[in-house]
Design a protein around this ligand. Structure first.
Ligand code: DGY
Length: 327
């Protein structure tokens, strides 16, 4: 890999990746943190300076704020994040220094939407309670009343955030489970992107029809704590809530209170505010299905994410435009 001057690009990678991808980064001559532990902000800045890095590859667990961007050496011209979400990066600070920011759209939409389906089914069909019954040796056999869940097939699905991932979720649940899809987005989609889904003019309208609500919007000041006591009160009784976006979209206290009383029947959550810590209230609840932020965690997806970043870092350093540039 070389830049527009024809000199080899120097890339610093903050985390170790899957073996298939490590080969690609090795071929590109990248320096990779092999410790399997995140670097501190100071360590990222020092490592970038030590290697006179042209580009940094970071992950969603690296907080790349204005202070870190200011501390980077002037050699850095691109920051590529191994995620589609970029709420951990200060885009304005990057822009101000002329640093390009690259993300991984499209290549992970299928995997993350699979996780949304898993969370929805896991919550609706009480997978956590069922698994515990078996693992704890408490299962006494089939019973007509054991762990009755909610019918998913034919239900009403509400998608908050109908971007690439939201649309992939809607497509799977409409085709696979005959769900009636409603969505709310900053703006209405073109009919071919709606693919039969009904647009709601307001978030309140979406909530009112969401027997199953999937959060798939980016974390922004506008979406922060979208699911709170007020919005939960607008959901139909016994709603099932899924979050594959970011933990910050949910007011944990409000959701936990609603799960305790049964106002919300169940939740399937792959992301948490302040992860890897999560609100301890979730751990005592039977009606939650929890995953440790694994939406994009398939071998193929993680390889494609890395390849996209390597290719787009090369393009940006060579002065070319790329579609996955967000700053
Ligand atoms: C993403 O790509 O944003 C995933 O949530 C991983 O951080």
């Amino acid at each position: 890999m070389s830049d527009e001057r024809g000199t080899p690009a120097r890339i610093v990678v903050t985390r170790r990746f899957a073996p298939a991808l490590m080969d690609r980064f090795a071929t590109a001559g990248a320096w990779v943190n092999l410790d399997d532990e995140p670097l501190t902000a100071a360590e990222i800045a020092v490592t970038a300076a030590d290697h006179a890095a042209d580009a940094l590859v970071v992950t969603a667990t690296d907080r790349v704020d204005a202070a870190l961007i200011a501390a980077l050496p002037p050699s850095v011209r691109a920051i590529a994040t191994y995620s589609v979400g970029h709420d951990h990066l200060d885009l304005d600070a990057a822009r101000a220094r002329g640093i390009a920011v690259l993300t991984t759209p499209d290549v992970l939409s299928d995997a993350v939407s699979e996780m949304a389906v898993l969370c929805l089914l896991g919550a609706a069909r009480r997978a956590h309670e069922g698994a515990r019954l078996i693992y704890e040796g408490r299962w006494r056999g089939w019973s007509p009343t054991l762990l009755l869940g909610r019918d998913v097939t034919g239900g009403r699905l509400g998608v908050f955030g109908m971007g690439r991932i939201g649309r992939a979720v809607a497509r799977r649940l409409a085709r696979g489970f005959d769900m009636e899809v409603h969505y709310f987005n900053r703006s209405r989609l073109a009919p071919e992107l709606e693919d039969g889904a009904s647009y709601c003019d307001s978030a309140a309208d979406l909530l009112a029809v969401s027997d199953f609500l999937v959060l798939a919007a980016p974390a922004t000041p506008e979406t922060a704590r979208f699911l709170n006591a007020d919005s939960i009160a607008r959901l139909p009784p016994d709603a099932v809530v899924v979050n594959v976006a970011r933990g910050g979209l949910v007011d944990d206290e409000a959701l936990i209170a609603a799960l305790r009383t049964g106002r919300v029947a169940a939740a399937g959550l792959d992301v948490f505010d302040g992860e890897p810590a999560l609100h301890p209230g979730y751990l005592d609840l039977p009606n939650v299905f929890l995953q440790p932020h694994q939406g994009s965690a398939t071998v193929g997806t993680r390889v494609r994410m890395g390849e996209l970043l390597l290719d787009s870092v090369e393009a940006v350093l060579a002065g070319r435009e790329v579609g996955n540039r967000v700053a």
